[in-house]
Design a binder for this molecule. Structure first.
Ligand code: ZN
Length: 405
């Protein structure tokens, strides 16, 4: 069976440990069979039974679990760089939206793509993400909003998951915004979302349902209705909460038993306490906060309160047009006061929990998938401190090399 050898240091979060408690193993090797780790330890202790001569060298690099981006809007049409430039010059988002820009513009461009274009675009991003050491991505629909484009988006994610290089965890985000054609009849749109939740669950097109709870999106009561449909369909819930205003979104996520509450730039003290009590994972998205020149999500405050904190990119054409997850981790340290070890944990073990895959990924130990990244860095601190364009030399997903520098 194949063995990854010549590992300078292997670093992995530990199952059940406090966030940021990492196991460090110098001069290590990892053996795997059929994509699953069978043994890891000091290379000098590698049992002959694990070594059939198929060796992949880590060339002295740092080996971490494959990175998990637990929050992206991966499939969308077009970009919005022109809007970004206008906002930098002082035009407000409301003015841009009134002129036909914003999410509505991305929705129109996404609906205009055929199936092949949707898949090819997402696949091109996925290839670049794998090169950064990412092996799993949560991907939301929500730029189609009509029945047909939402389903086509989720089919594209299923196809991408089959083809690689990433594992793709699909999320139905029909409750992103009320689309233009329903603006005079929100009720009908909420009914459509509820119907779609059952539809995508029956066809196994989504693992999660996400609701954007914000004054400009969906109300607490609308979220409660969608959450009931989600539970009835056997899917898990995520909530976009407290991004633009402190509207009780985190408290609602806790009340509804959501797996994660995402964003949280404006979370209240009561919201922090509610997440801690409910065991809800906080997914912080420091790139979106930076691009909006908004306060950073209070990662330190959440961790101190006992809330597990995942760090993700929020990759989307409006507020986070980069999928550079290591950059998000560095930002989570600098602006969110996470330690580098906590940040790594937040993009591996805790991110895996946030996407419901903790049984298979996020930690390097026997029985878990051989998803790993080999970094040209002496340790985690140096990796996130130096933040090169790309420090990743090699990525393995299920034991298969998906990127090699
Ligand atoms: Zn988002």
């Amino acid at each position: 069976m194949p063995v990854l050898v010549d590992i300078g240091t292997l670093v992995t979060p530990r199952t059940g440990a406090r966030q940021g408690e990492l196991a460090l193993l110098p001069d290590a090797a990892v053996a795997y069979r059929n994509g699953v780790i069978t043994w890891l330890g000091a290379q000098r202790d590698l049992p002959a039974s694990e070594d059939d001569g198929q060796r992949v060298s880590a060339e002295g690099g740092l080996v971490i679990p494959g990175l998990v981006d637990a929050h992206t809007h991966l499939a969308f049409g077009g970009w919005r760089a022109d809007e970004w430039a206008r906002r930098l010059a002082g035009t407000t988002y409301v003015e841009i939206a009134r002129a036909g820009g914003g999410i509505a513009r991305t929705v129109a461009l996404t609906r205009a793509m055929d199936d092949e274009q949707l898949l090819a675009r997402a696949a091109s991003f996925a290839t670049e993400m794998a090169a950064l050491g990412i092996t799993t991505v949560e991907a939301k629909s929500g730029y189609g909003l009509d029945r047909e484009t939402e389903v086509r988006t989720l089919h594209a994610y299923a196809a991408l998951d089959r083809r690689g290089p990433l594992r793709v965890v699909p999320t139905y985000l029909g409750a992103h915004v009320v689309p233009p054609e329903f603006r005079t009849d929100r009720r009908a749109y909420v009914d459509l979302v509820i119907e779609m939740v059952a539809y995508v669950a029956q066809r196994r097109l989504a693992r999660f349902v996400d609701v954007f709870v914000e004054e400009s999106a969906f109300s607490a009561n609308e979220a409660r209705e969608i959450a009931r449909a989600t539970a009835a369909a056997g899917l898990s819930l995520k909530v976009h909460a407290d991004q633009l205003a402190s509207g009780g979104g985190a408290e609602l996520a806790a009340e509804l038993g959501a797996v994660s509450a995402d964003h949280l730039e404006r979370i209240s003290d009561a919201g922090v306490a509610a997440l801690a009590r409910a065991g809800t994972i906080a997914v912080v998205l420091p790139i979106a906060a930076l691009w909006l020149d908004a306060p950073s999500p209070p990662a330190r405050r959440l961790i101190e309160a006992g809330v597990p904190v995942a760090v993700a990119t929020d990759f989307n054409p409006g507020t986070a047009p980069t999928f550079h997850l290591p950059f998000a981790l560095t930002l989570a340290c600098v602006r969110g006061r996470m330690t580098p070890a906590e940040a790594l944990d937040g993009a591996t073990r805790i991110a895996a929990r946030a996407v419901g895959m903790e049984a298979d990924i996020g930690v390097l130990e026997p029985g878990k998938q051989a998803d790993l990244a080999v970094l040209d860095a002496p340790d985690v601190e140096h990796w996130l401190y130096h933040l090169r364009a790309n420090a990743c030399r090699r990525t393995l997903r299920g034991g298969e090399v998906t990127w090699s520098a």
